[in-house]
Design a protein around this ligand. Sequence first.
Ligand SMILES: Nc1nc2c(c(=O)[nH]1)N[C@H]1C(S)=C(S)[C@@H](COP(=O)(O)OP(=O)(O)OC[C@H]3O[C@@H](n4cnc5c(=O)[nH]c(N)nc54)[C@H](O)[C@@H]3O)O[C@H]1N2
Ligand SMILES: Nc1nc2c(c(=O)[nH]1)N[C@H]1C(S)=C(S)[C@@H](COP(=O)(O)OP(=O)(O)OC[C@H]3O[C@@H](n4cnc5c(=O)[nH]c(N)nc54)[C@H](O)[C@@H]3O)O[C@H]1N2
Ligand SMILES: [Mo]
Length: 747
Amino acid sequence: MEKDKRKIVRTTAWSPGCGSHGGCGFKLEIENGKLVKVEGDECHPWNQGRVCAKGLALTQYVHHPDRVRHPLKRVGARGENKWQQITWEEAFDICEKKLKEIREKYGAESVIFAQGTGRDIGGPITYLCYAYGSPNWVQIGLAGHSCYTPRQGAMFVTNGNYTMADCSQFLEKRYEDPQWVRPNVIINWAQNPINGCFDGFYGHWIVDCMKRGSKLIVIDPRVTWLASRAEIHLQNRPGTDGAIALGMLHVIINEGLYDKEFVDKWCNGFDKLKERVQQYPPEKMAAIAWIKTEDLIRAARLYAQSKPSAIHWGVPIDGNPQGTVVAQAIAHLWSITGNIDIPGGNVIAKAAFGVTTYPFTSQEMADLYGEEMVKKLNELRIGCDRYPMIKGFRGWVQPDVLLEQLETGKPYKVHGAWIQTSNPIGGQAADPKRHLAALQDLDFIVVVDTFHNPTSVALADIFLPAAALSEKESFRNWWWPLTNMVKAVDSGDTKSDWEINLEMANRLTTGPIRFKTVKDLIDDRLKPAGITYDELAKRGSWYAPKDGSSVPYYRYETGMLRRDGKPGFDTPSGKVELYATRYEEWGLDPLPYFVEASESPVSTPELWAKYPLIFASGRRVPVFFHAEHRMIPWLREIVPDPVIEINPQTAKDLGIEDGEWVLAENNHGSAKFKALLTPTAHPKIVSVGHGWWIPEAKPETPGLFDNWEHNCNQLVPMGTQSKSGFGGGAYKTSLCRVVKIGAKDSK
Ligand SMILES: Nc1nc2c(c(=O)[nH]1)N[C@H]1C(S)=C(S)[C@@H](COP(=O)(O)OP(=O)(O)OC[C@H]3O[C@@H](n4cnc5c(=O)[nH]c(N)nc54)[C@H](O)[C@@H]3O)O[C@H]1N2
Ligand SMILES: Nc1nc2c(c(=O)[nH]1)N[C@H]1C(S)=C(S)[C@@H](COP(=O)(O)OP(=O)(O)OC[C@H]3O[C@@H](n4cnc5c(=O)[nH]c(N)nc54)[C@H](O)[C@@H]3O)O[C@H]1N2
Ligand SMILES: [Mo]
C-alpha cells in the first residue's frame, strides 16, 4: 500500500466496521496508510452524502488496539482465553485437516456453517458450505429464524417478489425523477428506520418523503421520533400486528375501499379472503391489540383512500406468533389496494442487473448451484423433514430444530461449526446458556471475526481475524445499485471473508477449482452487468441500471417479473396470490389468521399475573450494530450502559427512579439494566437493547465479558417458532417483572 500520501477512496459501506445493512457510499480519507476520516459520498444515490455515527467511527474501529490481527489457536481449555499466535498457513492446514477428518468420519452434514445478519458474508459462507458439501447454513439461535426471511417468504408466496416502500430508491435521480410520485401515506409498521436503516432501506428516505408531504401512520408500542410526528399512531401490544392487519383488511374489504379493477385483473382468491376476514371485525381486533377501534378504522381508511400509499415494516413482524402469516396479511393490504409496483406504492425490489451476491430465493440457489445439488442438500438440511417451507424457500437450517439436534444428536450428531460474522452467545441466540452448553460439546469450532467476543472466547478452537471494511475487496448487490468495496488501507495480517473462504473452499471442495483469486470470482459474478471489479471501482464504486427488469414500475404489465416473460407476477398462478397456493403446497393455511403468542397476557394469564410487563427486547440504537461496537469510544460515550425504558408511572409504582439499576426477570432467566424513565414507553411494556456484553470486563468463563449480567436473551426462550418454521421467535413478546436492585453490583 502507498504510504506518505493523502488520498480519498470511494467505497461502499458493508461490514465489518460500520456494521450495517448499509450500502452507503463512503469517502475514506487515507493519510500515511491510515484511515483518518470518513464522509458520506454525496454522489451516491442512496445516502446522498449522509453517514451515521457508526460510519464516522470507522477510524476508531479499524485502528482499535483490541482487534485480533493474527490467526490464533486455542491452547487452554475452551473458555480459558488462552491463545497461541499462528500463521495463516498453519491455521488453514489445521482447519483443512480437522474438517476433512469430520467429513470422512461423520459426513459433511455434521458441520454447520453459521453467519449473523446479512453482511457481505452471505456469498462467502454459502460458497464454503456447499463446497465442503454441507447443507447446513444457519443463523445459530435466531429463534424461529425471525429476521427478514419470514417477511420475504410471505412476499414471495403472495407477490412473487420482495417489495419496499417506494422512496424513489430505484431511480438514480431520486426525488427529482419525473416518474416518481411521493407516497401520500406511509405506514411505518413495527420498524424504526431512523435508528436502523435495515434491509437496504434508509430512515432518512422517510424523512425526505415527509418533507415532500407524505403523512405517516406508525404502528409501534413506543412513541418513536416518527410516531410523534404521525397522523395516526397505533401504540399496540407487541405480537398483535396480525390482528391489526386483519382488522384493516376487514374495513377495507367491507367498505369497498379496495382497488376492484386491480383485484379482478391481477389477484386470485379475493372471495375466500373476504370470507376469512369476516372473523376479524375491527372492534375485536382493536381490543386484542390494546388500541382504539376508531383509530384502527381511521388507519385503514386513510391508507386505502390515499393512493399511492406505501407500507414499510420491520423485524418485529417476523417475531410475531406465526410471523409468515402476519406478513402475508400485511402484504394483502398493498395488494388489494393495487399499491404494488406503482410510483409511491410498494415497489418491487430486484437486484441491479440481476447480479446475485448470494441466494435470496430457492430459485437463485438453483441458478447458482444447480437443481441437483439443491435437491441433495435438502435431503439432509436440519429442519427440512419437519417444515416444507424451510425445505422450499431459501436454503436455511431451522435454528430451533438445530438446538434440539445439538442436544439430542438426532437424527444425526453435529460435530463441527464454522462461525463467521456472528456472536450467538453474546447477542443473536435466544436462550444463550442452552446454546453454550450444546455447542461446547462439538469437536471443532472456527470463529472468524474482527474482535474477541463471548462466542469466540467460549467456543473457538481457531480464531481467524477478518479484514475490516476499508481493508478488503468485495462487492454488494442487496437490491441497488451494484456496488463494490475497495481496499484503502493495509490489512496487515488479516484477510477478508472472501479470501478466507475461497482458500478453504478450494482446499475442501470435491469438485473442480473454478476461481484462484477473489477478483476472478467477483468478476464472474458481475458478468450480467457487463462490468469488472476494477471498472466498478473506477466509476466510484457504484453502478445503476437505466433499464431492464431491475428498474421500476408496472413490471407485471410488461412481462418483466416472470421467467417466461409473460405479463403477471412471479407466482404459480401469475397473479397476486391472496389465496397462497405455495402455502397450501407446504401444508399451511393459504389464508391469513390470528393467534396469540405462546406466552402473553391472554394465552398465559397465570404467567402474566407473576410477570406483569411485556419484555420487548432488541430495539435498535443508532450507535451499535447488535452486539458490536461497545469497545468503540465515540459510540460507547453516547450509550454507555444497557438501559431499560420504563414508563414513569410504572416505575413509580415499582419504586424505581431514573438511572437506578434494575433486574428484569421471568420464568426463563434474568438480566440487569439501568432504568430510563420515559413517557414514550407504554405503561405495560418495557423495552431494552440487545447484544450487551462489556468488552472491558473479564473475558474468561464463567463471566464471558459480563455476558450473563446483561444479555437480555436469557429472558427469551427457543422453541416458539411458527408452523412454517420461519418466524415466531419471542424476542418482543416475553413477559417479565422488573425489580429494583439499586447499585449495579448488588443482587
Ligand atoms: N433480544 C434480541 N436479540 C436479537 C434481536 C432482537 O431484536 N432482540 N435481533 C436478532 C436479529 S434480527 C439478528 S439478525 C441477530 C444478529 O446477530 P449477529 O449478526 O450475530 O450480530 P452480532 O452479535 O453483532 O455479531 C456479529 C459478529 O460478527 C463480527 N463481524 C461484523 N462484521 C463482520 C465481517 O464482515 N466479517 C467477519 N468475519 N466478522 C464480522 C462482529 O465483530 C460480531 O462479533 O440478532 C438477533 N438477536
Ligand atoms: N443501528 C443498528 N441498525 C440496525 C441493527 C442494529 O443492531 N443496530 N440491526 C439490523 C437488523 S439485523 C435488523 S433485523 C433491523 C431491525 O430493525 P427494526 O425492524 O426497526 O427492529 P426493532 O428496532 O427491533 O423494532 C422496531 C420498532 O418496532 C417496535 N416494536 C417492538 N415490538 C413490536 C411489535 O410486536 N409490533 C409492532 N408493531 N412494533 C413493535 C419497537 O418499539 C421499535 O421501535 O435493523 C438493522 N439495523
Ligand atoms: Mo436481523
